[in-house]
Ligand binder design. Structure first.
Ligand SMILES: C[S@@+](CC[C@H](N)C(=O)[O-])C[C@H]1O[C@@H](n2cnc3c(N)ncnc32)[C@H](O)[C@@H]1O
Length: 257
């Protein structure tokens, strides 16, 4: 895959563009392209632009859907919270979200009080996450939540298998991008752009294996409600929602929901 590119549309932010370039291995463009895709740094935020697809893509923890989730979210009773074993009064599990993407699931879990390490291998997605965390760190209404979210730019298969025993999380959470089988609802136009750039995660069997070796209590896999299990591997439990299903793989000493 070719090196992802970044175009800085706001000269006053050239230093920040350089830091993004260096941390995520991006190539700087001198002018805005007219084909393909690129990351664009503007006055407000970093976003992914894809020519021919509608809508720029960015990660967001302060406004829009994140605000709605924060203010109207389903609390500890919602399926994702039950899936990671959260229930009233119990100690909060530590979580590694090994497929962080745009950080939406990680943000929900951090909103519920969990410490979440977000591992993301795509330089594009990791840069978008980094920028959203930077912006959130300046917004008083979410600072306390995003302070519980730590970004790691790495391939989680390697990262999880090298994790020292004293840093193993209670839960590893996985939401890999699967080839479209027609069993899931079509993604919105902007998310289709994200999927085109990131591509399918064809190594999710190896990721599940690494997750099972690293989690203390359980591995949770998010799937479309009618989607196949990873590598046909039978889970020990399932939480089924309207369009999403969580496959649970329990390990020793599991906190039960
Ligand atoms: C469907 S998206 C996850 C969306 C995320 N749950 C959210 O709420 O925004 C899958 C993401 O996992 C990342 N990913 C897949 N396999 C990975 C791996 N082995 N290590 C790190 N990231 C991985 C992909 O690059 C992609 O960004």
């Amino acid at each position: 895959m070719s090196t992802p590119t970044i175009f800085c549309a706001e000269p006053a932010r050239a230093d920040y563009a350089l830091r993004l370039e260096q941390r995520f291995g991006l190539e700087r463009l001198k002018r805005r392209p007219d084909a393909g895709y690129w990351l664009e740094l503007g006055a407000e935020r970093l976003q992914l632009i894809t020519v021919g697809k509608h809508g720029a893509v960015f990660a967001e923890f302060v406004d829009g859907a994140a605000r709605h989730r924060r203010e109207q979210g389903g609390g500890r009773g919602q399926p994702v919270a039950r899936a990671v074993g959260l229930k009233g009064g119990q100690t909060l599990p530590t979580i590694v979200d090994a497929t962080a993407g745009l950080g939406r699931d990680a943000f929900v879990l951090a909103s519920l009080g969990c410490r979440v390490t977000l591992v993301e291998r795509s330089p594009v997605a990791a840069a978008l996450l980094h920028d959203a965390l930077e912006r959130a760190s300046m917004a008083p209404e979410v600072q306390a939540i995003t302070a519980r979210m730590q970004l790691v730019h790495a391939n989680a298969i390697t990262w999880l298998s090298e994790l020292p025993a004293d840093r193993q999380p209670d839960v590893v959470y996985l939401d890999p991008m699967f080839p479209d089988t027609g069993k899931s609802a079509a993604a919105k136009k902007d998310m289709q752009a994200f999927q085109t750039v990131i591509g399918d995660d064809l190594d999710s069997a190896a990721l599940l294996q690494a997750a099972l070796g690293a989690a203390r209590a359980r591995v949770v896999v998010k799937r479309p409600r009618l989607g196949d299990t990873i590598a046909g591997r039978a889970p020990s439990g399932q939480i089924v929602g309207k369009s999403t299903r969580f496959d649970l793989y329990s390990l020793k000493g599991m906190p039960r929901d």
